[in-house]
Design a protein around this ligand. Structure first.
Ligand SMILES: NC(=O)c1ccc[n+]([C@@H]2O[C@H](COP(=O)([O-])OP(=O)(O)OC[C@H]3O[C@@H](n4cnc5c(N)ncnc54)[C@H](O)[C@@H]3O)[C@@H](O)[C@H]2O)c1
Length: 346
């Protein structure tokens, strides 16, 4: 297979490109090395330094390509309002230009990176009163250390439940909005082109070559950096927030499975899949596992601090990806997170 991978100098795109090449596939690597993700002076071998928003530059690279794996994006939580145009430009416009260039070049198969952030909140349920959409958590409750969401009927803390792909999309940040837009552009393109596509909604990805602790990098990298500096990792709230941490090798494998599926699919098919380890873990436990990997006895500092707008629990169901893509994660957080403590970062 000849695959064009966008964002190939990035954390996940690099892992996907390497995995494809190791399996004998031909890879066209495209990355702009944007400053939000790469230090000044960074270089990437065998990479076309091309902006996905530049249709003319993409055009010759698409010759003979069977399928595109679109990982390029500006990543992060939407740190400030000033980042909004950056997300819209790299992610919304970048996807739109890429899709049009693909159509012009006769390339009609795509796998696109999406994210769990498209769901906004996790799923919550009360043992007595069933599924509920919680109200935003109030400052007063958070100040008092009451971090759970509560049942609207009986007031008891709501349990978390697995979020499947049919859940309502509810983006809460400019980044999340751009990932929802990416999925929507892809869905429209599949019908109009026509083409076939898969969107992969990754949970929290970790592993070698993850970016260091910029404001845009994930909590596992922040914990790791704290431990490297010799201090305890700071855990917000009470550390009971449930998440799913999926290893980058598993994410790369999910991409390869999706690429092969989409190449074989008929026109008009479009599906989104959660890509998760299926082994949910509390954030406090993530900090413990990362600290353990350094061999130092550093108990996490559970600070009770909070960020307004943070989601209490969000855990994806890996079931549809297992059933339809044949994807099951191989790396368990109990093994992968301690190993991450000493893995090389970018
Ligand atoms: N890391 C995670 O936990 C996570 C979770 C969910 C979804 N994702 C998604 O996975 C994808 C890959 O993320 P990552 O973690 O590898 O991030 P990353 O920042 O390491 O990689 C993204 C790459 O895209 C490149 N890029 C950005 N804009 C570009 C443009 N206009 N033209 C060409 N290249 C451009 C960057 O230079 C970078 O190398 C993204 O689409 C992201 O939204 C990541």
């Amino acid at each position: 297979m000849r695959v064009l991978v966008t964002g190939s100098a990035g954390f996940i795109g690099g892992a996907v490109a390497d995995r494809l090449e190791a399996q004998g596939d031909e890879v066209v690597r495209v990355d702009l090395l944007i400053p939000e993700a790469h230090a000044p002076g960074s270089a990437a071998e065998r990479t076309h330094l091309v902006d996905v928003r530049d249709a003319a530059a993409l055009r010759p690279l698409l010759d003979g390509v069977e399928v595109v794996c679109h990982q390029a994006a500006m990543v992060g939580a939407g740190v400030t309002v000033a980042d909004l145009p950056g997300y819209a430009s790299h992610n919304d416009l970048g996807t739109a230009v890429l899709l049009a260039a693909m159509h012009e070049a006769g390339v009609h198969r795509l796998v696109a990176a999406s994210s769990m952030v498209v769901y906004g909140e996790g799923r919550y349920t009360c043992a007595e009163h069933g599924d509920q959409v919680p109200r935003p958590r109030g400052v007063q409750a958070l100040e008092a250390g009451d971090f759970e969401n509560h049942c609207r009927v009986c007031g008891r803390p709501l349990d978390w439940a697995l979020v499947d792909e049919d859940a309502r999309l509810d983006p809460r940040s400019s980044y999340a909005a751009s990932k929802v837009a990416t999925e929507h552009y892809v869905g429209a393109w599949v019908r109009q082109a026509p083409g076939a596509a898969v969107a992969l909604r990754y949970h929290n990805v970790y592993g070698p070559r993850m970016p260091r602790d910029t404001p845009y990098s994930g909590v596992a990298a922040l914990f790791r950096s704290a431990v490297e500096r010799g201090g305890p990792p700071e855990v917000f709230e009470d550390g009971g927030q449930m998440r799913d941490f999926v290893h980058v090798d598993d994410v790369a494998r999910a991409n390869v499975l999706a690429l092969r599926q989409v190449v074989a699919a008929g026109d008009g098919s479009f599906a989104a899949y959660n890509v998760a380890s299926g082994d949910p873990v509390a954030v406090r436990r993530v900090a413990e596992l990362v600290a353990r990997g350094t061999g130092r006895e550093l108990a996490p500092h559970v600070s009770g601090r909070y960020r307004l707008g943070d989601v209490r629990h969000v855990v994806a169901s890996p079931e549809r990806a297992r059933r339809e893509l044949g994807f099951t994660a191989a790396v368990r957080p109990d093994e992968g997170l301690p190993a991450f403590a000493t893995a090389p970062l970018r």
